[in-house]
Design a binder for this molecule. Structure first.
Ligand SMILES: C[S@@+](CC[C@H](N)C(=O)[O-])C[C@H]1O[C@@H](n2cnc3c(N)ncnc32)[C@H](O)[C@@H]1O
Length: 509
């Protein structure tokens, strides 16, 4: 982008202190903080454009830096397992898997296939943690003491390698024993780990096959899905979570999708055009090497995540507030469709990712760093998109840490916040304006129940049902009320999609 004066640089977050006038008044400040990716001099990794929302914004925490500088190099083959163990440790401390991957030094030091292996090992261990714990538990006389959490993690990654990955059993066992011996606190358990890992390598595959899909789902989540979708629906969702998500790319309007499909297709990884215009392929490790990345022709966005913005219809030339916008998937969509977008998020760190994504895509938006509930612009909006913070249970395929780091109390607190955000978003609309409220959650409390309660609290709004035409003809994604409801168990033959809910409201004229 060419050098412009401060007031002409829309892609700069403004702090709330710079907000005396309307949202489009320029005056962009917020210093010259560079986006994190640019600071580190490396492209964002796969999935970073449209990652799952998080109830707790751990992006603002300082990087973990506790790795011992003086550590002796580990034997070949052990580094990647050691990195996976450290990643799990950070997730247990409350970090998201994505943050843990970004901030675990032993992982950062890995390259190529070792890096891919460590990532896959940590992800698969979390994805099937319930099953792995069940099988390991069968070999323990009593649960391991809390202070031996690392022993349990070594057993988990031993089991994950034997049961879920193609690691030869002897390698899964011997590297786990080596990991145990690497530290005094776990060395005393080396023979126990050796014995259990061997048994699991031998008998575990048959045991794993017998475990029901719900074993990998915390019971509060399972109960919610059963209430909402019935026992078979809950089972189908849990089964879908065992599969990894595809790589979905959203394109700017007017791009020639047939040409992009041909350019993106690789041997063994055919790209395909989905009904809504998403191009889908199998996940690859280096997205930045794909054609079109540097030109910003596309951005990563799950098919389901691309649908709520479509419910705003033709936004060209309209004033649209994208509330809770980071990392910016929907801001990019709206800006690419010609809207004058005000992109608001309360996290400055996450807004930097919006800047990165806008810059790469050569699109512009006005950025506001603010809490939604405190946002009081002078000028109201033609349309508002509210992608509220939620439990993100619709994105478990991509973020297998979610079941273990979210609880029912988080759900209750988020549901209360979502109601307040909806009411505030309505107050930001011009008469006749449109609000789309959405969440990437499977929990009814955050979706269907919010829509119902919002209509009851606000007689000035009415629901405008979604149409199949707006969703690329995919009418199965519309529920009985006319709202968008996607589940990971839908479009199974095509690779599934994230779980999303979206409702469209119109404010009376
Ligand atoms: C669901 S994610 C947004 C995903 C984004 N819309 C996209 O399409 O890329 C939720 C976002 O809400 C933000 N957030 C959470 N609470 C907020 C609040 N009170 N005010 C503004 N933003 C908030 C988080 O920082 C997070 O970036």
């Amino acid at each position: 982008m060419s050098e412009k004066s401060k007031s002409d640089r829309p892609n700069r977050p403004r702090s709330s202190a710079d907000r005396p006038r309307g949202p489009r008044d320029g005056g962009a400040k917020f210093g010259d903080r560079k986006p994190r990716e640019a600071r580190e001099g490396r492209p964002p990794r796969q999935g970073s454009d449209d990652r799952a929302p998080r109830a707790r914004d751990s992006d603002t925490r300082p990087p973990r830096d506790r790795e011992e500088v003086t550590r002796k190099p580990l034997p070949a083959g052990l580094e990647s397992r050691y990195a996976a163990l450290e990643i799990l440790d950070r997730v247990h401390e409350g970090a998201t898997l994505e943050d843990a991957l970004a901030r675990t030094r032993p992982f950062d030091n890995l390259e190529g296939s070792d890096r891919g292996f460590a990532r896959a090992l940590a992800s698969e261990t979390l994805r099937r943690r319930g099953s792995l714990d069940h099988i390991i538990g069968g070999y323990l006389d009593r649960p391991l003491p809390k202070k031996s959490a690392r022993v349990m993690d070594i057993l988990r990654i031993a089991a994950a390698q034997s049961l879920l990955m193609d690691t030869p059993p002897h390698a899964a066992v011997s590297t786990s024993v080596d990991l145990a011996n690497d530290r005094g606190e776990t060395g005393g358990y080396a023979s126990l780990i050796n014995a259990i890992a061997r048994k699991i390598a031998k008998d575990g595959p048959a045991m794993l096959k017998k475990l029901p899909a719900r074993t990998d789902t915390p019971s509060w989540m399972w109960r919610g899905w059963e209430r909402a979708y019935g026992p078979n629906g809950a089972k189908a969702i849990a089964e879908a979570h065992r599969r990894t998500a595809a790589l979905d790319l959203s394109f700017k309007p007017n791009e020639d999708l047939d040409a992009w499909r041909d350019k993106l297709s690789q041997e063994g990884n055919e790209a395909r055009i989905m009904p809504n215009g998403t191009i889908r392929m199998k996940r690859i490790s280096d997205v930045s090497s794909l054609p079109g990345y540097d030109d910003g022709a596309w951005w990563i966005q799950d098919l389901a995540a691309s649908l709520p913005a479509k419910l705003l219809g033709d936004v060209s030339g309209k004033n649209v507030f994208d509330l809770c916008s980071a990392p910016g998937g929907k801001t990019l969509q709206l800006a690419a469709a010609g809207a004058k977008v005000t992109s608001l998020d309360k996290s400055g760190a996450r807004l930097e990712r919006v800047v990165t994504n806008l810059t790469r895509s050569k699109l512009t938006a006005f950025l506001v760093e603010e809490d939604v509930l405190r946002f009081r612009p002078d000028e109201k909006a033609d349309a508002v998109l509210l992608d509220a913070p939620c439990t993100a249970t619709g994105t478990i395929r991509r973020h297998p840490d979610i079941p273990w780091n979210k609880g029912e109390t988080t759900l209750t607190a988020l549901a209360e916040l979502q109601g307040k955000m909806i009411d505030h978003a309505i107050s930001l609309l011009k008469p006749g304006g449109t609000l789309v409220y959405c969440v990437c959650s499977l929990q009814r409390e955050e979706g269907e129940a919010q829509a119902k309660a919002a209509l009851k609290r606000n007689p000035s709004i009415s629901r405008v049902p979604a149409t199949a035409e707006e969703l690329g003809g995919m009418e199965t994604l519309i529920n009985r009320d006319g709202d968008l409801r996607t589940l990971p168990s839908m479009l199974t033959a095509e690779g599934g999609l994230d779980g999303f809910f979206a409702v469209r409201f119109k404010l009376a004229d």
